[in-house]
Design a protein. Structure first.
Length: 255
């Protein structure tokens, strides 16, 4: 098996179509235990909804603890690849494992970087006259020009946050399977994205399509999209780790 990527070596380069392949392999893993994955997706969405019910701190907690829930799904994906029965308790296994400190570090770094990006982009937008004035935000009803400015500001923040998302992307997997530190995991994740921009863009396109489809169902489809996204992350991690695509013959597929 090829060696893992290390901070001193460049991460592997994969074909652009692997961005779609990660989704395809995630779907294959989902298909192994569809009802179980739906249950796990429902539990995951209920946990996130529970965070949102906490006034003031709910969204912060969801971001901060998100890597631990991701790590749980990654362990489920690994069990599916070995044709083993996943257990619901594994979704929360990372909360009691040695890597919990690093996973919480990822959540903290991710939260701080997102807030910093939003703050800096907003300052830039104000300096360039692209942000709405306080008076415009307080007006009732809000004008179309103000709405357009808010949309532009939101798009600017999203684009500026892409490198942050890339650093977060595979970091939980690197902590879970290789016991990397938070900083090392996020750096390696970012490097892998940078060397595979085409595959990353294709993967994000799939994420955007699935998210839009879920929104069209008033969020109900997120019980499918959430586990499918997590399982696709495992397929992506295998490329970063030099393990290659998920092997169908090794996973006991239901055809």
């Amino acid at each position: 098996m090829p060696d893992h990527d290390t901070p001193s070596l460049p991460p592997p380069r994969v074909a652009v179509q692997r961005g779609w392949g990660w989704w395809r392999e995630g779907f294959h893993l989902f298909r192994e235990q569809p009802l179980t994955m739906l249950l796990f997706g429902l539990v995951y969405c209920m946990v996130l909804l529970g965070f949102q019910l906490l006034p003031g701190v709910g969204s912060v907690l969801a971001v901060f603890l998100g890597p631990l829930l991701t790590a749980g799904f990654l362990q489920v994906a690994a069990r599916l690849t070995r044709a083993e029965e996943p257990r619901l308790a594994e979704l929360f296994a990372a909360f009691r494992q040695p890597g919990v400190t690093s996973l919480l570090g990822i959540g903290l770094w991710y939260l701080v970087m997102l807030m910093s990006v939003a703050f800096l982009v907003t300052l830039l937008a104000v300096a360039l006259g692209l942000a709405p004035s306080p008076e415009a935000l307080q007006a009732e009803p809000i004008s179309q020009d103000t709405m357009d400015q808010l949309l532009t500001l939101g798009m600017m923040v999203m684009l500026a946050a892409l490198p942050v998302a890339a650093a977060y992307w595979l970091a939980p997997a690197l902590v879970t399977f290789e016991q990397a530190s938070a900083a090392e995991a996020m750096w390696r994740s970012l490097r892998f994205m940078w060397r595979n921009l085409g595959a990353f863009a294709l993967y994000l396109s799939g994420m955007a399509i699935l998210t839009l489809a879920a929104l069209l169902t008033y969020g109900a489809a997120f019980i499918v999209v959430a586990p499918l996204s997590m399982l696709s992350l495992y397929a992506c991690y295998r490329d970063l780790a030099g393990q290659g695509p998920v092997q169908i013959d090794n996973a006991g597929w239901v055809e």
